[in-house]
Ligand binder design. Sequence first.
Ligand code: NDP
Length: 307
Amino acid sequence: MTADTPSATLIDGKAFAARLTTRVGAAAARLEASTGVRPGLAVVIVGEDAASQIYVRNKGETTLRAGMRSDTHALPKDSSQIDLLALIARLNADAGIHGILVQLPLPDHIDAALVLGAIDPDKDVDGFHVINAGRLAVGLPGMVPCTPLGCVMLLKHELGSLSGLNAVVVGRSNIVGKPMAQLLLAESCTVTIAHSRTRDLPALCRTADILVAAVGRAEMITGDWIKPGATVIDVGINRVPSRDPVKAAEGRTRIVGDVAFEDAARVAGRITPVPGGVGPMTIACLLANTYTAACRVAGVQPDSLDA
Ligand code: NDP
């Protein structure tokens, strides 16, 4: 093997997510057979954003494949905040719905924080409600945001115990960076959160046994930022022009992460690809959260979803 040969083991999030979805489906079937409760997920989308419509369709199809109830509420982009809040109130009161997800981003005239705050925290399968953020911060059981939850599942599957490892999380958003850091802390990692004001980010990243990139900047993290043998989790989803100049001229694009994959794979020990790494885990964890919420309503302990 030369210094230029990729040496990292690929973390196959797509395959892991498929197995997790199968386990959730089986657990949901057992729940329904023993209690009559069929887990139900309602997804609300406002407007016609193309990427959001694809995400919502994927969520609906995967939910149905897992044998759960799936309702999609598509509202026109000029829907009022009052109409949206009224829908959330109806879903909160619907005994057949255990999880409610409002697809972001919402149109500018709607206060996203207000809408997310109106979801019953026990049905907040995205884990964005402040009650759930607080539960995570103090170590109480609650709904954990799906993307960081999926990242931790992958890490534990790959590494076993994470205790004592140095973790650097690049990004401090409420939906990825902060909950990711909380979850790693709960696994007894020594956690540093980096952001746009961090000084000498490459040097900080080189201290990481676990490096999580949740920035939204295409291929920002290169191989020389990575400690040899480190585990790299790339959350980023960025659209860049196609490699083929003809296709690029036609406006065709491809998806890349926040990590320059080929460069990083020469240094890292393990790495998630984009696509096929963290992304599929997000939907699988959404189903897992919906199943857990339904178990709570049924008054039973959720089955273990571990591999
Ligand atoms: P946000 O834009 O909310 O947050 C980005 C974070 O990155 C901010 O904390 C920002 O710092 C930090 N940042 C920006 N530029 C730099 C820089 N040059 N150096 C260091 N830090 C920087 O994004 P999200 O957390 O919502 O998403 C991050 C990425 O993950 C996106 O690509 C998104 O598409 C993807 N994503 C993927 C999901 C999946 O299922 N795989 C799910 C959710 C998101 P500051 O706070 O200082 O501005």
